[in-house]
Every structure is written in C-alpha cells, then in structure tokens.
Design a protein around this ligand. Structure first.
Ligand SMILES: Nc1ncnc2c1ncn2[C@@H]1O[C@H](COP(=O)(O)OP(=O)(O)OP(=O)(O)O)[C@@H](O)[C@H]1O
Length: 698
C-alpha cells in the first residue's frame, strides 16, 4: 500500500505512537474493571456477601458504610487517574500523529515541486498544469489526513480489539458468541459500503482535476470569455464539471451516512443480546452484575475497533489513488536530463559556459572531440578558477564573448505529434553575430529557440553550443549562457526590481537601470512614483503587453549572457522602439550572439544572417540582400510587408547598416548613460536621435 510506505519513512514516530497507544489501550481496558468493582463490591456488596464476611463484620459491630465509602472513593480516584492518563496519552498520540502527517505532507510537496521544476515542457503538457496543481495540493492533503488517521486509529483498533477479546474471554467465555456475531455484522456492513463507494472514490480525484482545469482555463482567459460573451457557456462548462463532482460526493457521503446508524444498531442489538442472555447467568449466580456491565463495555470496544478498521479500509483505497497519482509524477521519466556524469562534471560544465577564448583547462569543451562526434566531453577545471560571472561575460565585466550555436541536421517532433515540425535544419550563429529566424506562422521558429535552450531534445541531428552537444551540458550551465526572452513575456509578482534581478540576483542598481535603459523600459519605470519598486502583479497583468515584453528583455539583458534568444520579442514593440532596442543591443551586447525570431522583416534587415524557415525546412540562409536575390520564400514574406522601393532601400541600407547602426549605437549608448544618470529627458532626446540614425536600415 502506497500510503503505508509514506509512514515507513517515519519509523521513529510510528514506534512511539505504538507504545503510546498500547499504554492507552491498557488504560481504556482497565476502566471497565473499575466499573465492575464499583458495582460488585462498592454498591451491590455482592462480593462481600458471597463470602459471608458481611455477617462477620456485623457480628463484630463494625459499621460497613464508611468502609464501603472509602472503597468507592479509592476505586473512583484510581479510575479518574487512569482516565486522566488515557487522556494525556490520547493528546500525545494526536500530537505525534498530526506532526508526522504534516511532515509527510511537507516532504511530498517538496518532492513534487522539485520534480515538477525539473520537468521539461513535454512532461508538463502530458500531465497538464491543472492536474499537477491538484496532485500537489488536494492529493497531498488527502494522504496527509489518512496518515494521521492511520496513526491514531489503525494502530489503535487492533490493539483495542485484541485487548477486548482477551478481556471478554476472561470475563465470561459463554457469551463470546454474541461478540462474534456482532463483529461479523459490522464487517458485512463495511463490505457492502466498500463495494458501493470504492469505484466512486477512485474517480473523485479525476473529477477534482477537471474542476480545477476548467476553472483555471476560464480565469486565465477571462477577458476572451467576456469579449466573446461566452460567460454562459463557460458557466455551463464549469457547472457540468462541478455537478459531476457533487453527484459523486453526494453518493459517497450518502452511502457513508448509513455507516454510523448501522453501527449503532449493531451495538445496541449486541447490548440487548448480552443483557438478555447475561441476565440468566446473573440470576443463576454464574455471572456478577459488574462483570455483565464490563462485558457490554468490552463488546462495544471490540465493535468500535472493527469499525475503525472498516473506516480506514474505505479511506485507504482513495488515499491510495492519490498516492498513485503522486508516484506517477515522482516516477515520471524526464525526457530532458543532465548527462550521467553531470554531478561530477558540474564544475566543468560551469567552466564550459565560458567560451573557447579561455585558457585551456578552464572548462573549455574540446573542439576536436566535439567536431568528431558532436557530443564532446570537456576538461574539468578547478572551480576556484571560474570567473564570477560564469556564462555571463561582457567586455565591461571582463567577459569572454559570445557563444557559438550550431544546428546540425536537426529534425524534431513534439510528443504525440505524427509529423516532424523541423526537418534537417542546419545553420550556425557565430559568436557576436545577429542571426534572425523568419518564416510564416507555425514554421517552427519558436521551436528552434526552445531546442537551443534544450527545453526539448532533438529527434535527429544535434544542437551544439561552443561545439558541444547541448545534451552533454549540464542544463543549468548551458542555460547560464543564454538570455532568453519568451514569446509570451511572463513576469512574477513582486516589483520591477525583483523581476529584473530574477535574471541576475547579484545585479546592483546600476546594472538594473542599464538593462532597463537598453530595453527601452527605464522611462516608463521612472514615470511611476515607486520607480524600480513599482509593484508588478502576477504574470505582469498590471503593465501593458509592450511594457511587459520590455521588462522581460531587461531581465534577460541584466544577465549579460553570451547569447540572447529573442523569441518574437520585438513584435510587441512599435517600430521606433524596436529600432531603438536593437540599436542599444548592438552596444550593450556587442560580443554576444543573438538569435532573433521575428515576424517583421524590418527587424531583421540588418542581421548578419537570416535563416528562412518554411514548414520546418530551411528555405534559405544569408543576408537580406542575398536572400532577396536568391530565396523565393524570403522575397514573398518581405514583399508581403514592404514595398519594392522600401526593400530596395532596405537592401542598400542593410549593407550600410553597420555604419548607421554604429552611429545609432553611440547615440543610444549615450542615451543609456544619460538614463542611468537619471536624466530622463536627455535619454529621450538621445534615443529619438538614435531612432533617426537607425531609420535608414528600416
Ligand atoms: N507544445 C507543442 N506540442 C505540440 N505541437 C506543438 C507544440 N508547440 C508547437 N507545436 C507545433 O509545432 C509547429 C511549430 O510551432 P512553432 O511555435 O515553433 O512555430 P512558429 O514559427 O514559432 O509560429 P509563430 O510564428 O506563430 O509563433 C506548429 O505546427 C505547432 O502547432
């Protein structure tokens, strides 16, 4: 049983609970003995009369009342002490059980979170975010509660039941058959309930998943729901999911509601039977009244023990479904993994984040090896030799230049897809180059960027960074080289500062401002009263799409990585801002490699190299001029956006773009510096001038 395995990880607590419960059982089973003595000796005085001692006392002129009262007081106090001890033990058991249950919940949550964080996009898609949330919350709470109950009840029930049977046999074995019949009736009721409710309990978790999924989808797309007046439809969809859950819960709750009355009936019938058959024994002098009362109590104890076991046996399968769902996540094979020896070579990979300009022995991947097999190993450098800004070099920071990113005959298909979305894609982005990827929607541009980041593994061919197959890198070290700006910019709840520092925790105020300035985000941040401490709500919902995109860019820029991956990041910007940001990048990220996925031809005109994708195949690679002359697919895209004249001008200016960009760059650089110094108006003017300088390339 999965749940029991979780308890197995807390053997100390389980052992302690067993000891405490055994002591509590002794106390609980001792109480009826006291009751019996009080009735037989203290009240009925039958024990005394039986042996004829009473006459003896009377003949001796001894008043028995004080003796009786003293006996009652002594026994009553002893009974109170035992009851108090049982209560203390009960509190202690509850405390240890709750602590253990909470610890199990905490461990499961942290294991789940650790696992989910390591998931690639493929695993997230396979489980769905809603289901992962249910598993991490609802399922964990269910297991936590069942573990607590198991500690409190499951261990206690057998101790109590066995103790009860022993006491029943010691009291009056002749009436034992009544208890046997009662226990059989209890198990019959439980078996019927088990059969009825178990299948429903099993689907309950899936129905909760469904409710979460619909609610999540509706809340995420609330504006679309409203814009298309689909409130009614969504309400009906949610209502359907919610009603199905409610129906299942009602069924199980109704079935369970039968349990207590049925048990009470069994208990009361048992009491009646014991009194009925026991009365004869009392009359016949073979059973004392107190023993009869004790017998009834022990019979109830046994039935309660069986009832507890029955309840747990109904709850356990449901918790087991939850445990199974959690195990599925924990045991899920992660498609994108670090190489086997990554732990040992972690430091090496860190060093490998620095390019081939490093001295030998500083984690430089062996070019010879990598060229030979595409999955090279690299030398292990002593970790103290690593520069502080690993994977994020910049000339100002004593960096080591851009990364070399190569796609070598890459083919790829998403899980469950029947066809490849990329076919035999090959191109190289040399250190310091700007490589643009253009193509129609769905041609595979974003997929290229995701493969470079190794969010997925290629199906054929290889993606190499610095000549090393990305599958041979430790993922963290590989990604330390990249500044990634996703297509859908996402910000975390916090402040502007916390979001930018997400890219580099060590970044100081100046670095944050410089990154914001380069991403053309400083001016609107400074317009806010709180400046860098302006609040950002979850997902960046309280800033505009363009502002969100620029903040996401600044987050990538502040890392000062060796390569930037802009996944369609410029299309959310207006033309002027687009031009200014690219001009700023020319200075800010001079040595870094840039891969820019773009929809707008104007964004890519001055790129060193443009890769044209057409239905997942490379239709051409070259500069704007070369592609206009020799790539029909590119010409088609270009002509759909710009006129022949604009393109001709663009073609001419693209060759001269370097000069223009350089001029723009200088101006933007001064804009950046001015912005950093806090002179917003200077920055704006300078940036406007920069835009003019860049204009020719558009
Ligand atoms: N997670 C996924 N699972 C399955 N198929 C996917 C997934 N993501 C993308 N695809 C498919 O892969 C193909 C390429 O998608 P991709 O996002 O790379 O295109 P794109 O060129 O970036 O498109 P766009 O310009 O519209 O952003 C598309 O046909 C898309 O339907």
């Amino acid at each position: 049983m999965g749940v029991i395995r979780f308890l197995g990880q807390h053997k100390g607590a389980v052992a302690l609970v067993v000891v405490l419960l055994a002591l509590k059982a002794v106390c609980d089973l001792a109480l009826p003995v006291f009751t019996s003595q009080i009735v037989d000796v203290g009240i009925a005085q039958s024990g005394v009369e039986d042996v004829g001692v009473l006459e003896g006392y009377r003949a001796a002129g001894v008043d028995l009342l004080p003796i009786q009262m003293a006996y009652l007081a002594r026994t009553g106090l002893a009974m109170l002490a035992v009851a108090a001890a049982a209560m203390v033990l009960d509190v202690a058991v509850s405390f240890v059980a709750s602590r253990t249950g909470a610890a199990i919940g905490r461990d499961l949550r942290s294991q789940l979170f650790g696992r989910i964080v390591a998931f690639s996009d493929a695993e997230i898609n396979r489980f769905s975010a809603a289901s992962l949330i249910t598993r991490g919350t609802n399922d964990v709470v269910l297991i936590q509660n069942v573990c607590t109950m198991m500690l409190r009840m499951v261990l206690y029930a057998p101790i109590l039941a066995i103790g009860g049977v022993v006491m029943v046999m010691a009291t009056n074995p002749q009436l034992g058959w009544i208890v046997v019949v009662a226990v059989a009736a209890v198990f019959a009721v439980i078996a019927v309930l088990f059969r009825l409710t178990l299948p429903r309990f099993k689907i309950m978790q899936k129905l909760i998943d469904r409710v979460n999924l619909v609610a999540r989808e509706m809340l995420t797309g609330l504006s679309v729901v409203r814009a298309f007046n689909r409130d009614g439809y969504e309400e009906a969809r949610f209502d359907d999911a919610s009603r199905r859950l409610m129906r299942t819960q009602l069924f199980t709750n109704r079935a369970m509601a039968f349990m207590m009355p049925s048990m009470m009936l069994v208990m009361n019938l048992t009491s009646v039977a014991i009194v009925w058959f026991g009365a004869g024994a009392v009359g016949g002098g073979t059973l004392q009244t107190g023993d009869l009362i004790a017998f009834i109590t022990y019979a109830m104890v046994i039935i309660m023990g069986c009832l507890m076991m029955g309840m747990i046996s109904i709850m356990l399968p449901r918790a087991d479904v939850a445990a199974q769902r959690i195990r599925e996540v924990l045991a899920c094979e992660i498609a994108v993994r670090d190489p086997e020896d990554a732990a040992a070579e972690g430091a090496a990979a860190k060093g490998a984040a620095n390019s081939d300009r490093q001295a030998p022995g500083c984690g430089v991947p062996s070019r010879a090896d990598s060229a030979a097999n595409g999955t090279a190993r690299w030398a292990v450098p002593p970790s103290e030799d690593l520069p502080e800004h690993v994977g994020a070099p910049h000339p100002d920071a004593g960096g080591t230049g851009g990364a070399r990113i190569e796609f070598r005959h890459v083919s790829f298909r998403y899980e469950d897809d029947t066809a490849d979305v990329l076919h035999d894609v090959s191109f190289t982005a040399e250190p310091g180059q700007v490589v643009a990827i253009v193509g129609s929607t769905g041609s595979g541009k974003s997929t290229v960027v995701k493969l470079a980041e190794r969010f997925y593994d290629v199906c054929e061919g290889a993606v190499l960074v610095d000549g090393v197959d990305v599958r041979a890198w430790r993922q963290a070290d590989l990604r330390a080289n990249f500044g990634y700006v996703p297509q859908k910019a996402f910000l975390f709840s916090g402040t502007v500062r916390s979001n930018i520092a997400y890219g580099d925790e060590a970044a100081g105020e100046e670095a944050v401002r410089a990154a914001l300035a380069a991403a053309e985000a400083l001016s609107f941040v400074e317009e806010r009263d709180e400046g860098l401490d302006a609040p950002i709500s979850q997902g960046g919902a309280n800033v505009s799409g363009g502002q969100r995109q620029r903040l996401a860019m600044a987050r990538a820029l502040v890392r000062r990585p060796r390569a930037y991956l802009f996944d369609d990041s410029f299309s959310a910007l207006d033309y002027a801002t687009d031009a200014r940001v690219r001009a700023a990048l020319a200075s800010y990220a001079a040595d870094a490699t840039q891969i820019i996925v773009a929809q707008r031809i104007s964004t890519v005109l001055s790129a060193d190299r443009i890769v044209v994708l057409d239905e997942g195949r490379v239709a051409g690679v070259g500069t704007h001029g070369e592609l206009m002359a020799g790539c029909a697919a590119y010409r088609e895209i270009a002509l759909s956006q710009l006129s022949e004249e604009e393109l001709a001008a663009g073609c001419a200016s693209a060759t001269a773009a370097d000069a223009g960009a350089a001029a723009a760059t200088e101006t933007v650089a001064s804009a950046e510096m001015a912005a950093t110094a806090g002179t917003g108006s200077d920055a704006t003017e300078a940036a406007a001038a920069a835009e003019g300088g860049e204009g020719g390339a558009r």
